[in-house]
Design a protein around this ligand. Sequence first.
Ligand SMILES: [Zn+2]
Length: 584
Amino acid sequence: MQAFNDHLMVLASPWMDGRLPGTKGMAQAMDYVEWGFRKAGLAAPAKAADGSPSYRQPFSLGDKRSFSNQTLTASAKGKALEFALNKDWLLTEIGPASDVTGELVFVGYGIDNPDRNYTSFDESTSLEGKVALLLRFEPMKEAGTSRWSERGWSGAAGFQNKLAAVAKRNPAAIILVNTPGASDDRIKSLKVSGSGLAKVPVAIVSPEAADVLVKAAEDGQRSIMDLRKLADEKGTVIAWPGTRVHLSATEERSQLMAENVVGLLPGRGAIKDEIIVMGGHLDHLGYGDFGSRSGPGPLHPGADDNASGSAGIMLLADLLGKEYAKLPADQPLRSILFIAFSAEESGLNGSRHYVRNPLFPARDHVIMFNYDMIGRMKNERLSVSGSGSAKGLHEFVTPIYEKAKQDYGIVVVATKEPDMGGSDQASFLQAGIPALFGIIADFHQDYHTPRDVQGLINRESAVKSVWLFRDLALAIAQRPERFEFDTNMGPMRGSPLRVRLGVRSADTEDNSGVSIAEVTTGGAAEAAGFKLGDKLIKWNKTTVTSREQFVGLLRTHEPGDEVQAVVLRDGEQVTLFVKFPAKS
Ligand SMILES: [Zn+2]
């Protein structure tokens, strides 16, 4: 209990920056897990670039763009203004970095919407060489909610159309304003999603900074709120010939690297080359940089998701090491490979890299255990899915589940079907490796929010679930014959749909997702906020490609399941939460 608590407190502490891959906090978290693996006596199963033994398996997460030397200044009617980076403004990845100076022009919401009889521009509007000051979202009512949509914003508010409408008029740069008074928490943050949508630099400014700029340009006559109200009524362009803005930054591209932390408990005898993987993801969402239910900005400590599982893996390394040492020297034992995966949250990247680049021959991987969220158990209920993924596995593990109930009070909610999308076990199942996935049986609303904090972790139940996994691993490690993957349990084809999303969907030409062609009134998709024209690109951690693949993902769900979906809406990624109604 003490050890579990120590690991949890360290990994979920603010010092770990929400364990976002590529950050200093994540590097520290990986160092901590490696320290734990070494202390438990695990061997280093990987090789560093120089050939020396290593506890790390590095992999690339693709290109990373970073900006430096960012400055934003203005001179308005002879008065010099300077804006503070990160507080007042930030250059976004929507456009490139460069060095531009131009006259400031207010372009309102930058929307051409003939359907609503609303247009920000007339045919003659040219922004050639100028810096466009553009309000985020769309015309609002007094209270900051949309004039055009009952729920959230209409399609007109997305970046893609707005940026295209402004870009058509050839500005030198665009300054996006977090529109004051908008009923949308995103105005509190300078982080925006969307990359490469514009060919000119796009900066974002806080409502306060926009107000300073406008008041200077207007000689104190009007505020940014006054201008918002004009634009709420009708399209408005205001040129300020006396105000010039200077925006500059340089851009570097580098590879964003992540690392799985790995450690080996060597087996013995004839089956020592066979590998049991004991895994859990270490990474989380940083400061809500993506995938957050409540938006970017505050620290997302991810205590349950998945500091709890990572702490569990560290504890298991120690407990299983001790069990192996106690067993007679001539007892044949499989080897256990412990892996703290990275970049799970962005799409199972660490586990996918591992199965494509295993440290031991692929064929020797007998089974994988995944631990993702064991910290918020209610009534000692732990869901363990996938006992149907190998022949005879369900029959083998059932008595162990029963014993855990008797001895530790853990209630296993067992599902034979494997979970093919939710977490890292999916990568192993897709590679034909049987997998058991342990997760709290009852979901909580703090998932993927800043409220997933260590104070809410049920340490006692988590440790009991660790004992269950220790018993499972120990029994499977000694079983004379190995488990074989049950291909019938693999892709789950042909099994009936038990849930209804309530959309009509269509394939995209480039298999880049599934487009939503209709949203059924009263369905789960409508309640989650799906809109006509959305492109569904992610379903839990799985990248959606085609309708066929997506329907396969739907087959794995049962009533009551909750899913985090990502749709592309006018160039912006929007995260939606689907809850399939429980059976009544
Ligand atoms: Zn997780």
